[in-house]
Design a protein around this ligand. Structure first.
Ligand code: GLU
Length: 509
């Protein structure tokens, strides 16, 4: 049974790079009928952020990545499910303690009593001498008696030693990575890593190995930034006599300026993208293609389709470029493909948050008191469905529908091939034509037919009429089509806006 894991530290929001790692681990597990396990790595208590676990679980859930085992949320509270728990590292201290004793017992780890001052001094000297920095093995070869004596002294002084890995000082550590092939590290360059800190907490390196083994992980899929840690992990597996999992290190995510994605350069958390109005399925599809593609031209894949296609042969070694335009392209494509009903449902929280509307009503005077029907909202979002790249953009672009009075320059009403005088006349005539259309026939189709017939009969140019009509109704030169807008605004609002356009155009002449 394939078992993969996603083990974030709860240091804030889920980073977009974290989403990619989680997604690849999920896709690989699901592709092979396996399980994804969510583990929380909170051994660095200083970096713990209140609400960090909840926000990660929620972001994963929003993206549709539901772990099979591990940390989850139920009725707003954190829970854990599965038989290999606990899945929160700070609850596993006895497990690490038992394992460190094994390593101390068989001589693969040792107590280190060096205090901070000594380590700082050591580092300074190494830097001055242009030597690689790292622990010099001062406590590595103490006799048993020496260790006992120092332990007793430390205890008396209320200090606790750390435990370090006794890294072999010769040979190579080699492992096969699913993305990079064989990876080799010279053991002499690998530090005697701390495994247990003096506060009784394990370090990342130790906890990750103990957990991945005891939780029966078959595949360790993570970002490239962990590649240089992996030999330390491999050595630990060997010291315990455990079978190695398969490793896969995913390339870095960079922006178009070739910098590592960071908050300083814009949005990086899944939460940011959610708030900007990206659809989860679009973000997931986009993220799946950051460093992977199935070959061929097809770019649109649902999560289920990604599961069917995913493999490591098509995962690239080179850094993946996060291209915002491409994300917008995906989001636009996904928004276009939604039914109007679904689009309205997804956009509703954004309308409410912005205050464009106050709520949904089942009947009554649409747009009065800020309440609209769902059917009306569906028509309204339809105006922007082919145009907006995000839900926020869609909602912003529709501001003009809700404005009590549109603000625009009266000269905008005049089409480039027309005159102010003609514009005024046209708007007056248009008002009369609208007036004659009965309320119950007020549909886009009927309006279009009526106005187009009238244009033909009146001998006016199409632009002479449709341009001022569009500006009067939207206040913009680039807007959805004038008949679509008129249909959504309804007779009363349309006439009100044409009248106002007429009044404004009087000022221009
Ligand atoms: N806790 C590490 C992180 O925050 C996990 C690294 C790993 O997957 O081993 O990314």
């Amino acid at each position: 049974m394939i078992r993969t894991r996603f083990p974030p530290s709860p240091t804030g929001f889920l980073h977009i790079g974290g989403l990619r790692t989680a997604l690849f681990a999920y896709l690989f597990a699901k592709r092979n009928g396996g399980d994804l396990i969510l583990r929380i790595e909170d051994t660095d208590q200083e970096r713990f952020v209140e609400g960090g676990i909840e926000s990660i679980v929620r972001s994963l859930e929003w993206a549709g990545i539901i772990p099979d085992e591990g940390v989850a949320m139920e009725n707003g509270a954190i829970t854990q499910k599965g038989s290999h728990g606990p899945y929160i590292q700070s609850e596993r201290l006895p497990v690490y303690q038992a394992h460190i004793e094994t390593l101390l017992g068989n001589g693969h780890a040792y107590y280190c009593f060096c205090d901070r001052e000594r380590l700082e001094e050591l580092r300074k000297m190494q830097e001055l001498n242009k030597q690689p920095t790292g622990y010099d093995g001062h406590c590595r070869d103490f006799t048993e008696d020496e260790v006992e004596k120092r332990l007793a002294a430390a205890k008396k002084a209320g200090r606790a030693p750390v435990v370090r890995l006794k890294m072999p000082k010769e040979g190579e550590t080699v492992f096969t990575d699913l993305v990079r092939g064989d990876v080799r590290f010279d053991n002499r360059l690998i530090d005697d890593q701390i495994l247990m800190k003096s506060d009784g907490f394990p370090t990342y390196h130790f906890a990750v190995v103990v957990d991945d083994h005891t939780m029966k992980m078959t595949h360790v899929i993570r970002g490239e930034e962990w590649l240089s840690s992996t030999p330390k992990h491999v050595v630990l597996y060997q010291m315990f006599g455990w079978e190695l999992p398969q490793f896969a290190h995913l390339s870095l995510l960079i922006n178009e300026q070739k910098q590592k994605l960071s908050k300083r350069h814009g949005d990086v958390s899944v939460e940011d993208f959610k708030e900007k109005g990206y659809l989860p399925e679009a973000l997931v599809n986009f993220v799946a293609f950051l460093g992977w593609n199935p070959g061929g031209d097809r770019e649109i894949f649902s999560l289920g389709e990604l599961v069917k296609e995913f493999d490591f042969q098509h995962v690239s070694k080179s850094a993946a470029v996060f291209n915002r335009e491409k994300l917008d392209w995906y989001n636009k494509a996904y928004m276009k493909a939604l039914s109007k009903e679904e689009l309205a449902k997804r956009a509703l929280p954004f309308f409410l948050q912005k205050g464009s509307i106050q709520g949904i009503t089942s009947d009554g005077d649409v747009l009065a008191d800020g309440f609209v029907t769902l059917a009306w909202l569906e028509e309204a979002v339809g105006l922007e469905q082919e145009r907006a790249a995000t839900l926020v953009e869609l909602v912003d672009n529709l501001d003009f529908l809700f404005a009590a009075q549109l603000q625009y320059d009266a000269t905008l009403l005049v089409w480039k091939k027309s005159t102010a005088e003609e514009t005024k006349k046209t708007l007056g005539a248009l008002f009369t034509v609208f007036h004659a259309i009965p309320e119950e026939s007020w549909t886009k189709v009927h309006l279009e037919k009526t106005i187009m017939d009238w244009i033909q009969k009146s001998g006016l140019g199409v632009g002479d009429v449709l341009w001022p009509m569009r500006v009067a109704l939207s206040g913009q030169k680039n807007s959805p089509g004038p008949f679509d807008i008129a249909g959504v605004l309804g007779k009363e609002k349309t006439m009100e806006r044409v009248k106002r356009g007429l009044e404004k155009s009087v000022g221009v002449v």
